[in-house]
Design a protein around this ligand. Structure first.
Ligand code: 6PG
Length: 259
C-alpha cells in the first residue's frame, strides 16, 4: 500500500501518510501530471505555484523524470515565494526549482515566471504582482486562480513566506507581499494567503520528525496562530502529504485504509 489515508476531514481535505519518500514523490508526480492534463484540457494551460526550501527538491525531480507526456508548452510555473537574493544564490528558490525540475523538461523560458529580483523588495513584490495580474488577466479586486499550489511548512508553522506574527495576512487586496528581513532571514517575496486559498488544489509536502509537533498543531488542531493553519482553500482541494515521522504525533483513529 503506497499510503494510508488517515483522515478525510472533508471532501476538500485529506491527510496522506507515506512510508517511503519515493512513494510520496511518485504520488506528487502523478497528481501533477493528471492536474496538468485536466487544466490544459479545460482551460488551455496549467498554472502551478511551487514553493522552495529543501523538501520539494526530490518531488520536483520526480515530476521531471515522469513528465515526458506533459505538454510543457502549456505549463506555467510560478513561485509561491522567493528569497530576495540573486538567482544563482544557493538560497534562491528559483535556483532549486531550476536545478531540480526546469532543467530536466522542455519548457519555454517565458513559461517559467521567476520573481524578478532587483531594486528593493517592495518594488520586486509590485513587479511580481503585476506579472500575475497580467498573466491571469485579473480584474481589479479579483484574485488569480492557480490550478495547483505546492506548499511546504516550517517548524515554526510558516508556509510560503508567511511567518507567525509577521503580517496581517489579509493584506488589503495585494496578491504578492514583500517580507522584510529579520536577523538570520533574508527579505522575501510571497504570494498572499487569499491567493493561496483561491487555488484549485493545494498540496502541503511535509517530512521529518522535527515538524511532527507543528503538524499536530496545524493538521490536528488547526492552531490559528500558525500561518499554515490559515491555508483553507475556498473551493479547492487541500491535501497534506506527510511521511511517517512528520505524522507521528497525529492521532491515527478513524483511519481509512486505501487500496
Ligand atoms: C521557503 C519556502 C518555505 C518552505 C518551508 C519549509 O522559501 O523557505 O517556500 O515556505 O516551504 O520553509 O522548508 P524546508 O522544505 O526546507 O523544510
Amino acid at each position: 500500500m503506497d499510503h494510508e489515508l488517515i483522515q478525510r476531514l472533508s471532501l476538500a481535505r485529506q491527510v496522506l501518510v507515506f512510508d517511503e519518500k519515493e512513494r510520496m514523490s511518485s504520488f506528487i508526480a502523478d497528481r501533477f501530471r493528471e492536474t496538468a492534463a485536466g487544466a490544459i484540457r479545460d482551460r488551455g494551460f496549467f498554472s502551478v505555484a511551487l514553493s522552495g526550501g529543501k523538501t520539494p527538491a526530490e518531488p520536483y525531480a520526480e515530476i521531471g523524470r515522469r513528465g515526458q507526456e506533459i505538454d510543457w508548452e502549456r505549463v506555467h510555473l510560478f513561485l509561491v515565494d522567493e528569497r530576495f537574493v540573486p538567482p544563482e544564490d544557493e538560497q534562491s528558490n528559483y535556483r532549486m526549482i531550476k536545478e531540480s525540475l526546469v532543467e530536466s523538461v522542455v519548457i519555454p523560458r517565458e513559461n517559467v515566471h521567476a520573481v524578478p529580483i532587483g531594486g528593493d523588495v517592495r518594488a520586486t513584490a509590485r513587479s511580481y504582482e503585476a506579472e500575475l495580474k497580467d498573466f491571469f488577466k485579473v480584474a481589479q479586486g479579483s484574485l488569480p486562480v492557480f490550478d495547483l499550489i505546492l506548499l511546504g511548512m516550517g517548524e515554526d508553522g510558516h508556509t510560503a513566506s508567511l511567518f507567525p506574527g509577521s503580517h496581517d495576512f489579509t493584506n488589503h487586496g495585494h496578491l504578492v507581499l514583500p517580507i522584510e528581513p529579520t536577523p538570520g532571514r533574508v527579505a522575501r517575496i510571497t504570494l498572499t494567503l487569499p491567493v493561496i486559498n483561491h487555488g484549485r488544489a493545494l498540496f502541503f509536502i511535509v517530512t521529518g520528525a522535527a515538524k511532527a509537533r507543528t503538524v499536530r498543531r496545524v493538521v490536528g488542531e488547526g492552531d490559528p496562530s500558525l500561518p499554515a493553519s490559515l491555508v483553507r482553500p475556498i473551493e479547492g482541494e487541500l491535501i497534506f502529504l506527510l511521511d511517517r515521522e512528520a505524522a507521528s504525533l497525529l492521532t491515527m483513529d478513524g483511519a481509512e485504509k486505501t487500496a
